[in-house]
Design a protein around this ligand. Sequence first.
Ligand SMILES: Nc1ncnc2c1ncn2[C@@H]1O[C@H](COP(=O)(O)OP(=O)(O)OP(=O)(O)O)[C@@H](O)[C@H]1O
Ligand SMILES: [Mg+2]
Length: 394
Amino acid sequence: MPRELVLGIDFGSSTTIAGALVGDRIELVQDNGGSVIPSIAFVPDRGGLEVGHRAAARQWTDPSRVVRSVKRLLGLPSSSELVRRYAAGVPFQVDLTSDKPVLKLAQSIAPEQIAAAILAHVRDLAEKRFGLTPKRAVITLSADAPHGYREAITKAARIAHLEVLDLVAEPIAGTLALDLHMQSAHRRVVVCDFGGGTFDVSAVLQEGLRFRPVAVYGDHFLGGNDLDDVMAEAIAAIVYRNSRYDLHRDVVRWNELVLRCESAKRQISSGTSAPLVMRDAYLHAGVRKDLRLTLEGPWAEATWHAKLARTADVVGELLRRAGWRPQDVDVVGLIGGSSMIPAFRRQMSSLFGVGRVTLADAPELAVAQGATLLTARFQKVSDRIPTLVQQMHR
Ligand SMILES: Nc1ncnc2c1ncn2[C@@H]1O[C@H](COP(=O)(O)OP(=O)(O)OP(=O)(O)O)[C@@H](O)[C@H]1O
Ligand SMILES: [Mg+2]
């Protein structure tokens, strides 16, 4: 056990994952029996926020008091187009009259406060897991994070009593989890991070054991959440055709449908069809009906077609910016939870060729694993990790 606990944290828009080095092993903080902590907060009438799994459970019954994807707002002014899109898509008010957005739920809350509550939860969980209170952390951020993001996440960490030692680009952390640093090489690497809210792509040049991003691009409104939404829309269209009932009518039920689509999506990724059952979902001729469907992979993929096509466009734009052709790329590393979707991997393979594309062992955890490895720079751990890390350049 190290003397001091330094955390590596992937603060994501859907999930947050954190770890620490124990010897030369990466150990991830555990919440509810897993290492994935939902980046979700529930805002009660008064008192502290609930975050993580407890807040995620509230989505089923009280979605209008639940804040998700706060990362999308961090560091942005109220005038930003991204903030306006966020505000238009949530079931609560977002006050855009001051410089920075303020979330108006039972309490008025700044995005940094939500981020701070999530980071404080991470710190508490780390203390439980390791028996030491972490005071310092390496935190990852999107390669094209907006201008004010660094300051905003640093402030959130400070509120959570964590000093930020370094802010590292997510694709660079992800590269480490792909084990590319195990071999000194000159390679052109494309890292595709298909997460919950965003699709971030980076062109990274590996020179020996140094990794240098040469171009980044991304779509901040293209992620697993969007796939859930289009599935739900397709189901709503079927119900409307058959019963003239609009499932959007009821916010709570609509939200439940989206959540059920998310879990069906995961099951479909593992290659099976997925049942979707929702009790009392709609009215048909004045009678409440259950929704009972079996969702098949090809059907789901058809609903995702436009979104997956967009991932190819985003990669195309990255290559244009980097000045690379697909055949110039040596390795394409896929990270982020949504890269578990077979149709996405096929899309990338058809762009680059099957042999070049590699999926991280645990795509959802890759960025956190890399961030945790990078904490080696700031503490005395085994000899192996510092050598490789010291030669890394941001
Ligand atoms: N087995 C799976 N199949 C399909 N999608 C999955 C699977 N596991 C997780 N996901 C999806 O991955 C997404 C979360 O991925 P990840 O944790 O990488 O995102 P994030 O880092 O929080 O978000 P972002 O990178 O956009 O900030 C969710 O939309 C989730 O539904
Ligand atoms: Mg991520």
